[in-house]
Design a protein around this ligand. Structure first.
Ligand code: PLP
Length: 412
């Protein structure tokens, strides 16, 4: 049941110690959540608790602390699997984040499966993390990387998508679930079905979807899904790769070392089963445990409530920003996560961002790691981006709009 979310920030803001602080003498207004969200106390305490009370390396110890740490870390894997609707816990591989997860697929799957003349299809709205790893493996294998067009309003050109599938017969298709620059939510289940019908595998970059949307990888029916913990109220340097068991089993390992092996000798090495085959070395144990706690926190609040709240915030921000002269919102797709990018005629986003910072407001300016998208939209100086989280209030957006108005008048 969806709860009315108007009072959501009121209920949860006290969970976030950082929201009490001042920046340049002003109350912090944190609108940079697409870059990284703030952490609830439960996540901070959970990480501290592990480090203070049961730190040990996992999996290989017979002693009590090793067992406690292993249970907590593997428990977190189970929480991720349940959260995204994976059929099997071992389909979840811990990685260093989304970037690391995409590199894993590009290297392990790509090097084994791509050959000269093959195509990998991505979209023009991808983060660099879903472009560069493919460029690297395509260059090595003589394959080509083809982008699908994005329309003026920031939606994906689905006609071009269908046409690219038909014309290029790609082996792999990669696309964002939600764009970090435009906020656009892509119809990922339909896109996966189309790709599958064309004989391609699919990788969905869920970095911006995990903090805002319910995710069901079986309903999406993707082959791979990646996300990063720090945008979903968890720690940095930690994320996951979900892969269908059959795909992961057929892929060779990528990184070699401890943990990912079954036995090692100079005559030859055999590899561990899933998920450990792809997890060489000691992982980010405290991060994994804290990520599990972040998902518990999100589930306690209710992802539906967060989505609902952020949809209201986006509508409110669009309406309020629309009153400022010379301001253009970049990305007006009907379905958006809490991301609002904008440009102001004749003004550099960085100058505006700096003036907002002076008022205690954290926004991001630049290309947001989507340079090809910026080139496509003719926005070489990038945009100013406000991005929201469960704790963002309408009042904060109103304050940012007033501050932006003042900044525009100062710079004109
Ligand atoms: C859409 C998208 N993909 C990938 C990433 C990379 O995430 P990470 O740096 O945590 O690997 C980001 C981060 O901004 C993102 O927004």
């Amino acid at each position: 049941m969806m709860m009315v979310s108007l009072n959501l920030p009121e209920r949860i803001r006290q969970d976030f110690p950082i929201l009490q602080r001042k920046v340049h003498g002003k109350d912090l207004v944190y609108l940079d959540n697409a870059a990284s969200a703030q952490k609830p106390l439960a996540v901070i305490e959970g990480q501290r608790e592990y480090l203070a009370n049961y730190h040990a390396n996992i999996h290989r110890g017979a002693h009590h602390l090793a067992q406690l740490a292993t249970e907590a870390f593997e428990g977190a894997r189970g929480k991720i699997a349940a959260h995204i609707g994976a059929a099997h816990t071992e389909e979840v591989i811990f990685t260093g984040g989304s970037t690391d997860a995409i590199n894993l697929v590009a290297q392990a799957w790509g090097r084994a499966n791509l050959t000269s003349g093959d195509t990998v299809l991505v979209t023009r709205m991808e983060h660099h993390a879903n472009i560069v790893p493919w460029q690297m493996v395509c260059a090595e294998k003589g394959a080509k990387l083809v982008p699908v067009n994005v329309l003026e309003d920031g939606t994906l050109d689905l006609d071009d998508y269908a046409s690219c599938l038909e014309r290029h017969q790609p082996k792999m298709v990669g696309f964002v679930h939600a764009s970090n620059t435009l906020g656009t939510i892509n119809p990922v289940a339909e896109m996966c079905a189309q790709a599958k019908a064309a004989g391609a595998l699919t990788l969905v970059d869920g970095s911006q979807a995990l903090p805002h949307l319910n995710i069901d990888v079986q309903a999406i029916d993707c082959d791979f899904y990646v996300a990063t913990a720090h945008k979903a109220y968890g720690p940095t340097g930690l994320g996951f790769l979900y892969g269908k068991k059959s795909q992961l089993e057929s892929m060779p390992p990528w990184r070699g070392g401890g943990e990912m092996i079954e036995s090692v000798s100079f005559e030859g090495t055999t590899f561990n089963g899933l998920p450990h085959k792809f997890e060489a070395g000691t992982p980010h144990i405290s991060g994994g445990i804290a990520f599990g706690i972040a998902l518990d926190w999100m589930n306690g609040v209710g992802t539906d409530n967060i989505s609902h709240h952020e949809t209201h915030l986006v509508k409110h921000a669009h309406a309020a920003l629309g009153t400022l002269k010379g301001l253009r919102i970049i990305g007006t797709a009907p379905n958006k996560v809490g991301v609002v990018s904008l440009v102001v005629d004749g003004l550099h986003p960085y100058d505006l961002g700096t003036l907002l910072d002076g008022q205690g407001m954290a926004v991001r300016t630049g290309h947001h790691c989507t340079e090809p998208l910026m080139q496509h939209l003719g926005l070489e100086s990038g945009t100013l981006r406000m991005s929201f989280a469960a704790y963002t209030t309408r009042e904060e957006i109103d304050r940012a709009v007033i501050a932006l108005d003042r900044a525009i008048k100062m710079l004109r």
